[in-house]
Design a protein around this ligand. Structure first.
Ligand code: ADP
Ligand code: ASP
Ligand code: MG
Length: 408
């Protein structure tokens, strides 16, 4: 008998009919003699709907109340799934974040899990019940409800699997696994049988929303393999695992696009040691992650500083950069959200020269202009105009020959 954590995403619990199908799958797993902890997301569209409601009432709702609001989505689906399971005769108890003692830091809307009470979950399992945990939510030391950032139920599932020492963590979603690129954008996307934690970490951080980045970080830290698969079929999905377990090694594993990048440009700053630190320190204090950075130094002792942040952080980043620019005598701060970051990822890039050059050539041949570049050991990212996003993904995916042959 093993202990299996199964996470079901929003589409998988998107209607009562679908919840019934999920209950069927859990009943089957239980019937095979396994203990099951199911982690659920809110029904599809629900988190967005709730966020909209909050924003209708205030331009700047407090993050604490927004967390109380959006966490309710997962409470509903956890209860519904438990009701469906009990109705089938599968003894089940739902647990909210605080009931499972999922303790987080106090950073509302993007909290990090600190600890999970193994005892609470184990006690319910020992009583012979399936446990359905509301994903995405936790509780801070003061008892406030927190949430883990968009897509955070993946992280709840992996954290629970690691805390309780599960034999397997399955992430059920609306595609059959992790593909070489988003299968909903590119018809030649190919499902991978396996992918390393390192590559998945890059794909997630660069826009492949199939797994939340923190879920992959945790899985890697605890060496907990993840099986990403479809809740609509029994097909084998993709195993995300340690590099040494991955059999096929490729130069470029996948291509991603992130349209949520926003470009911020601070113009004509005085150029002396410490200016860049002065711009970025307040951003860091406000918990804003800065991604690509370009600094153009002119010979007049002035500099233009361009960087990218996520859409959610753009307004705040502009505000902070504006205040600073004013103090330093710089010009206005300009936002441009017509940009997308397109990236190629692969462990093989470590040992192959010329991959980035080939990427630039493939884009140039299609007339796609590159506005910024960033690289790491196993990825190269370019910033392009958002109108070229799909084109750039397809050109790179087909150009590096990593997908299925069209029409095959
Ligand atoms: P869930 O609601 O189950 O958590 P998400 O919508 O968060 O599902 O993630 C699944 C989606 O991720 C897919 O529908 C797909 O469009 C998108 N996606 C982006 N890149 C990839 C990729 N490389 N492989 C698989 N899916 C991807
Ligand atoms: N419901 C949350 C979201 O839409 C968490 C999740 O689905 O994982 O982001
Ligand atoms: Mg998701």
């Amino acid at each position: 008998m093993s202990l299996i954590v199964q996470k079901y995403g929003g589409t998988s619990v998107g209607s009562t009919e679908r919840i019934r199908r999920v209950a069927e799958r859990i009943a089957r797993t239980r019937g095979e003699g396994h203990d099951v902890i199911a982690v659920v997301s809110a029904m599809s569209g629900e988190t967005d709907r709730l966020l909209e409601l909050g924003r209708e009432l205030s331009k700047r709702p407090t993050e604490r109340e927004m967390d109380v609001l959006v966490a309710s989505g997962e409470q509903v689906s956890a209860a519904l799934l438990a009701i469906a399971l009990n109705d089938r005769g599968v003894q089940t108890r739902s647990m909210l974040g605080h009931q499972a003692e999922i303790r987080t830091d106090a950073v509302h809307t993007k909290a990090r899990i600190r600890t999970i009470s193994k005892e609470r979950l184990q006690a319910v399992l020992d009583s012979g019940s399936v446990v359905v945990v509301a994903g995405f939510q936790g509780v801070d030391d003061e008892g406030n409800i927190t949430t883990l950032g968009r897509g955070g139920s993946d992280t709840s599932a992996v954290a629970i699997a690691a805390a309780i020492g599960a034999d397997m963590c399955e992430i059920y979603t609306d595609v059959e696994g992790v593909y070489t690129t988003d299968p909903n954008i590119c018809s030649t996307a190919r499902k991978m049988r396996q992918i390393s934690f390192e590559e998945m970490l890059e794909l997630s951080s660069l826009g492949a929303k199939v797994l939340q980045i923190r879920a992959v970080e945790l899985a890697m830290k605890h060496r907990m393999p993840i099986h990403v698969r479809s809740s609509f079929s029994d097909a084998e999905g993709t195993i995300v695992t340690a590099e040494e377990n991955v059999l096929e090694s490729v130069v470029v594993a996948g291509v991603t696009a992130d349209k949520k990048a926003v470009k911020v440009t601070v113009r004509d700053l005085p150029d002396y040691p410490g200016v860049v630190a002065q711009v970025f320190e307040p951003l860091a204090e406000a918990n804003i992650s800065v991604d690509m950075i370009i600094q153009n130094v002119s010979d007049q002792g002035e500099t233009d500083l361009t960087f990218t942040v996520s859409q959610e952080d753009a307004a705040r980043a502009q505000e902070l950069a504006r205040e600073l620019s004013k103090t330093l005598g710089g010009k206005d701060v300009i936002l441009d959200d017509h940009v997308a970051k397109v990236s190629i990822v692969g462990l093989g890039m470590r040992n192959h020269a010329g991959i980035a050059a080939r990427m630039f050539r493939l884009l140039a041949d299609e007339g796609v202009n590159i506005e910024a570049i960033s690289t790491s050991e196993i990825k190269t990212s370019v910033l392009v105009h958002s109108k070229y996003t799909e084109l750039a993904v397809r050109v790179l995916h087909d150009g590096f020959g990593i997908g299925d042959t069209p029409g095959a």
